[in-house]
Design a protein around this ligand. Structure first.
Ligand code: TXA
Ligand code: MG
Length: 339
């Protein structure tokens, strides 16, 4: 199959909507990462997403809507907590898990009785949902296991020949996948950190948000993941990523002592002239938003430059940095060296 790449505009939106209504999977831009969208209510269409990505069948998809009036069709009930969160953060990079309605097939929820719902803010994503007139299931548009894609070019690299169309809406502003919170249980629980922070969620809800144990640590053998996606090796370039935790001086000393062919240091832009080894820049120091924006492209750059080993300086674990750390520690398959 030839994969068309169309610049966002009325024609691209109409073509995407036509294909989506016909049960095809289409690459679309969102403010977080590119999504691989299909009709969330059509099990056969959803199956095409799993096939194109090579995604394990037990990993559920996020359902994207464009307006609050579309929510009652996909969930069984709207808990008060979900109302508050939607009011505060939608449209935007927050996914809320609720009990699912019968309109959502088991293929979309991967057999769970809950569904993850998000209302994206990206104008092109919103136009495509509206034009299709459907709730759209969309995981990140990368091949399963690789870093999520934040540009149409990266999406094309992974999806060429697998889907009929990718709509190019420019680079994604946030750069990391949405924050995922469940309000389907007793206590609101953060399942995946993102640009909307735990602190912001707690302020909007007026109560504490629990942290799923899989966010910062590896699941113990036999432990069940609250969010199935958390148990897979993720975001990994071909290169071996190793996180180094400690002060910058120790990080610098370590990467200089371990320099060699195929070895790269991931660093903040300002640090590049200081390290004296080949670097992959990833955002600016003290600016977690810029680090989030750059991370997945930096991991892909490592592969493009033939990196075998990438040393990354471990970020903090609060605010938006918690999301950067969560993705990096998975890219590193939990290899962390304390300096
Ligand atoms: O920003 C995003 O969320 C992007 C864009 C395209 O919207 N989508 C995305 O989807 O990142 P995906 O499939 O790559 O990640 C969805 C995550 C997975 O970790 C999955 O296990 C979890 O959400 N998830 C989905 N439905 C769930 C459910 N019912 N219960 C628990 N976790 C769920
Ligand atoms: Mg993903």
């Amino acid at each position: 199959m030839d994969t068309k790449l169309l610049a966002a505009g009325p024609e691209a939106v109409a073509e995407a909507a036509r294909l989506l209504r016909a049960g095809e999977a289409v690459g679309i831009p969102t403010e977080t990462v590119y999504g691989l969208a299909a009709d969330a209510t059509n099990a056969a269409a959803v199956k095409k997403i799993f096939e194109a990505k090579g995604r394990p069948q037990d990993n559920p998809l996020i359902v994207h809507i464009a307006g609050m009036e579309e929510l009652p069709a996909v969930v069984r009930e709207i808990p008060a907590a979900a109302q508050k969160l939607a009011q505060a953060f939608w449209p935007g990079p927050l996914t809320i898990i609720m009990k699912k309605s019968d309109a959502i097939p088991m293929a979309t929820s991967a057999g769970l009785d809950t569904v993850a719902v998000r209302m994206p803010s990206h104008p092109v994503a919103r136009q495509i949902i509206r034009a299709a007139g459907l709730p759209l299931a969309a995981p990140s548009a990368n091949l399963s296991g690789l870093p999520s894609t934040t540009t149409a070019r990266h999406t094309f690299q992974d999806m060429n020949g697998r889907i009929p169309l990718i709509v190019d809406g420019g680079p994604c502003e946030v750069g990391l996948e949405s924050t995922v919170i469940t309000v389907a249980g007793e206590v609101p629980t953060l399942l995946r950190p993102g640009y909307i922070t735990r602190e912001q969620l707690e302020a909007a809800l007026g109560c504490e948000v629990a942290l799923s144990s899989a966010i910062l640590n590896k699941l113990a053998e036999g432990e069940v993941a609250a969010s199935p996606g958390m148990k897979y090796k993720h975001y990994s370039p071909r290169a071996d990523v190793i996180l180094l935790s400690g002060p910058f001086s120790a990080y610098k000393e370590y990467v200089q002592a371990h320099a060699g062919a195929g070895v790269f240091a991931m660093c903040y832009e300002e640090e590049q002239p200081l390290l004296g080894v080949p670097c992959i820049p990833c955002g600016r120091a003290g600016d977690p938003d810029s680090q989030a924006h750059a991370l997945f492209a930096a991991l892909r750059e490592a592969d493009e430059r033939g990196a075998q080993v990438v040393y990354a300086h471990s970020p903090a674990q609060d605010g938006v940095s918690m999301a950067v750390y969560n993705r990096l520690v998975r890219a590193a398959a939990f290899q962390v060296i304390e300096l």
